[in-house]
Design a protein around this ligand. Structure first.
Ligand SMILES: Cc1cc2nc3c(=O)[nH]c(=O)nc-3n(C[C@H](O)[C@H](O)[C@H](O)COP(=O)(O)OP(=O)(O)OC[C@H]3O[C@@H](n4cnc5c(N)ncnc54)[C@H](O)[C@@H]3O)c2cc1C
Length: 302
């Protein structure tokens, strides 16, 4: 089921069919804050009001023209300005294929550079999301390049990839802030763990490297076992809870988000918005087929 949903996530034709059903749209907006920046800022303020930080993500990936990539860059700059003007406790996340990585790496880097420069002038931070494995190396290359110029840019590491321990080592050498997640794409066994228990074991191993590094990292998971292992390790090693943060997705396990925050942990909510929500939504469905069952039941009842 997971493989099927991740396959469909890459098929635009299926998207047009699926969008005919209102229930898909309705369910998508449990995970997406809305289609406009105003919708997204409302969700950011609500998150801040509950004592949590946010990371805003303008949805969109694999753009096929320079115009689209430039347009996305402009929208991200407007997003940064709005966060600054409204004094929201919120950084941003960007995907390099939205900034033109498929078209021309230098062009993509210049778009990223413009965004990181603006964020730096406003005291803000840019997280570069990690996409499917064909982008792992180019994405890390551009993050390392940005780190030579800027402090306020960080990377994402996916625990399901065999290579991740090595990548963590290199990023820590460059004193780079990391978001650790399990990984959301369909990857072959030749490069990624297939069994949940293996990914989880690697997640815990990498989490320990991150917490020991003394750099401020994000532990991004909704898995109570991973959260518990992180809390325990921090306690054992006397690592202050203020030295790292938990990160979770908008609309996923809200009660866990708020409980962690009430317990005194830093919690950041990743808030996506915009019109291009189809692949993001399909990846969320793939993580929890129960969400799909809910949709199918509603369709059949209807
Ligand atoms: C802040 C943040 C940023 C991320 N950035 C990236 C990135 O840049 N690149 C990337 O590849 N992946 C990214 N991810 C996604 C991540 O890789 C996983 O696919 C996703 O978080 C599910 O893994 P999990 O750790 O929650 O554990 P899982 O073992 O998948 O889930 C644990 C439990 O959490 C709950 N849960 C998990 N997902 C959902 C859902 N969609 N709906 C409802 N319940 C759910 C379920 O109860 C499930 O049993 C990000 C995740 C977070 C939280």
């Amino acid at each position: 089921m997971r493989a099927l949903l991740l396959f469909l996530a890459q098929r635009e034709g299926i998207k047009n069919f699926i969008l005919r059903f209102r229930i898909f749209r309705k369910t998508a907006f449990r995970f997406v804050a809305g289609e406009t920046l105003q919708d997204a800022l409302r969700a950011v303020h609500e998150t801040n009001r509950l004592g949590m930080r946010a990371s805003l993500d303008l949805l969109g990936e694999n753009v096929q023209s320079r115009d689209h990539a430039r347009h996305a860059t402009q929208e991200v700059l407007e997003m940064l300005d709005a966060i600054h003007a409204e004094k929201a406790d919120c950084n941003i996340s960007v995907k390099l294929t939205q900034l033109g990585l498929d078209l021309d790496r230098e062009f993509c880097y210049q778009n990223l550079r413009e965004i990181v420069t603006r964020a730096a002038s406003q005291g803000n931070f840019v997280r570069v999301d990690m996409e499917g494995s064909r982008y792992t190396q180019p994405t890390l290359d551009l993050v390392f390049r940005a780190r030579e110029e800027f402090e306020n840019v960080g990377a994402v590491i996916q625990a399901y990839l065999y290579r991740s321990e090595q990548d963590v080592g290199r990023l820590l050498e460059a004193r780079t802030r990391i978001r650790l997640c399990k990984g959301a794409y369909l990857e072959p066994e030749s490069i990624a763990f297939k069994e949940k228990r293996d990914t989880d074991a690697n997640f815990v191993k990498l989490m320990k490297l991150l917490l020991d590094s003394g750099i401020y990292h994000g532990i991004a998971t909704h898995d109570l076992a991973m959260i518990g292992a992180t809390k325990r390790y921090a306690r054992e090693r006397n690592i202050d809870p203020n030295r790292f943060e938990f990160q979770m997705l908008y609309g996923v396990r809200r009660e866990v988000q708020q409980r962690l925050s009430r317990q005194g942990y830093n919690v950041r909510i990743y808030i996506p918005y915009g019109r291009w929500w189809y692949p993001y939504f399909m990846r969320r469905l793939a993580e929890r087929p129960a969400n799909l069952l809910f949709i199918l039941k509603t369709l059949f009842r209807g």
